[in-house]
Design a binder for this molecule. Structure first.
Ligand code: ADP
Ligand code: ASP
Ligand code: MG
Length: 463
């Protein structure tokens, strides 16, 4: 079971989390993984930005705020006889974070390796409190840092697990504890490279931690606890009549996650597919509600099921300036450059005559992606065989998802018509050969209108 930032975010919700953990542990062996308290990862990041900029006052203020946030939660839930011990543990973690931030201030830079180690502390803080609270309630809980059980490649900020090694470590460390009646609480979001450097799995990565652990341990099920009733037909903050989908397939969930549905980290489904382990998305604040079941195959097939969007994307345009360049090779090398830094290509479209192509990347991955693409194509760029690579960030992505869309004649037409009725211009379109997703790029300011129009046109609010 994984508990997200809001679930770990307040004393009241921590009590609910502990109750859910205890209940499940009494039924069957359970491993828990947790996020940092909500907004803490953002605060850690901001502290390090401030340190890098030399803003000593800003850094100190943030250090105080982070400490106070945990102190307040601690005082509210940890009984008197454990308070000193818990405080000591939290203080040691905070002091390590402070040490790293001060180092950054001195260097005026944020080395990726140090950044990852510092970020992993957010989850260590929340897990420490949960373990203390569970123990105070008579559970035998054990804190396990994610970097002791998850082995990854050395790509800081967006690491990929090495599953065989991870499986070995998980079995070695977690199975004996489970058999012994313990409740391991693994810190989410982080792993470590084979060389032992702490890595992180990308923002929102604790979802991924849960499924990595589940696959490594051959779990029966994974439950991801968050702050909504499950996977919905659209982001409920954008579309008020979005409905909870009782069951969706891995493919549908993965498409939604890749295309911006924040409810799941993009790579959450990857470890589960080979093993067919079902995933439930559930609400910590409404635990009786069954939530959404995500499975390999589903008989529920109704056209377009959900629409998601992301404004955190940038459209990268590559345009040859000379007939001497082989466009297919150019595309291949661009994609390879993206793969080198684990940057995802969200949509890709090309024009056959001008041989130009564009692809969409996440804003968070843009800097690395551009560096990598420009270094791979340095020769062509320097000789003017291709035009300077442009990145347009005034765009947003919309993705309409549903296994049942396959072969439904006229659906794409209806979707485009609904969007154009709102006077929204479509910049790029792509539809994979699986016909599972139609991805549409529009101007950023039009995303909201387009999402609402598609949700209504496809009748997503009703089953
Ligand atoms: P956690 O901290 O538990 O990981 P997140 O904030 O990362 O939670 O994800 C949950 C949020 O995702 C919800 O509050 C909701 O606003 C948003 N969201 C976006 N798209 C969807 C969707 N299709 N279904 C459900 N929630 C969604
Ligand atoms: N705390 C991390 C983040 O905010 C990981 C997570 O919440 O899943 O990105
Ligand atoms: Mg999340």
């Amino acid at each position: 079971m994984k508990f997200g930032g809001t679930s770990m975010g307040s004393p009241e919700s921590l009590r609910t989390v502990a109750e859910i953990c205890g209940g499940e542990r009494s039924r069957r062996p359970t491993v828990v993984t947790v996020s940092a308290m909500s907004k803490v990862t953002d605060m850690l990041l901001e502290t390090m930005y401030r340190a890098e900029r030399g803003d000593a006052e800003g850094m100190e203020e943030n250090l105080r705020r982070i400490a106070a946030r945990h102190e307040d939660a601690c005082v509210a839930i940890i009984p008197e006889d454990r308070l000193d011990e818990t405080r000591e543990q939290l203080a040691a973690l905070l002091s390590r974070f402070e040490q790293i931030a001060r180092g950054m201030m001195m260097l005026r830079e944020r080395p990726p390796r140090a950044l990852d180690e510092a970020l992993s502390i957010g989850e260590m803080l929340s897990a420490t409190m949960l373990v203390q609270f569970l123990e105070a309630q008579g559970q035998r809980a054990t804190l396990v840092p994610g970097y002791e059980v998850i082995v990854t490649d050395p790509v800081h900020g967006n690491a990929t697990p090495r599953m065989e090694l991870t499986s070995f470590k998980c079995r070695e460390m977690l199975l004996p504890a489970l058999l012994d009646g313990h409740l391991p609480v693994v810190t989410g979001f982080c792993g470590a490279s084979e060389q032992g450097a702490v890595t992180t799995l990308g923002r929102g990565g604790s979802d991924f931690t849960a499924t990595i652990l589940a696959a490594a341990l051959d779990a029966q099920e994974v439950w991801i606890w968050t702050d909504v009733d499950g996977i919905m037909s659209a982001d409920p903050r954008m579309v008020p009549d979005a409905r909870v989908l009782p069951e969706i397939t891995y493919n549908e969930a993965a498409e939604l996650a890749y295309n911006g549905a924040k409810v799941l980290h993009p790579r959450t489904l990857l470890p589960l597919a080979p093993k067919g382990i079902p995933l439930w998305s559930k609400n910590t604040f409404n635990p009786k509600y069954p939530g959404t079941r995500i499975v390999a195959h589903s008989d529920e097939k109704h056209g377009a099921r959900a629409v998601t969007s992301s404004s955190n994307v940038v459209l990268v345009n590559v345009e040859p300036a000379s007939a001497a360049v082989n466009p297919s090779l150019l595309m291949a090398r661009c994609l390879e450059a993206m793969a080198r830094v684990n940057a995802e290509v969200l949509t890709f479209s090309s024009s056959s005559y001008r041989q130009s192509f564009c692809f969409l990347v996440r804003r968070t991955e843009l800097a690395e992606a551009m560096r990598s693409v420009e270094s791979v194509l340095a020769l062509e760029l320097n000789h003017g065989y291709i035009r300077p690579i442009e990145a347009n960030d005034d765009v947003g992505l919309l993705a309409v998802v549903g296994e049942g869309m396959k072969g439904e004649p006229g659906l794409a037409g209806r979707i485009f018509t609904a969007i154009s009725r709102e006077h929204v211009n479509i910049i790029a379109i792509s539809q994979g050969s699986s016909e599972l997703t139609i991805a549409i790029v529009v101007r950023r300011e039009d995303v909201d209108k387009a999402v609402k129009a598609v949700h209504a046109e496809c009748g997503m609010a009703t089953a």
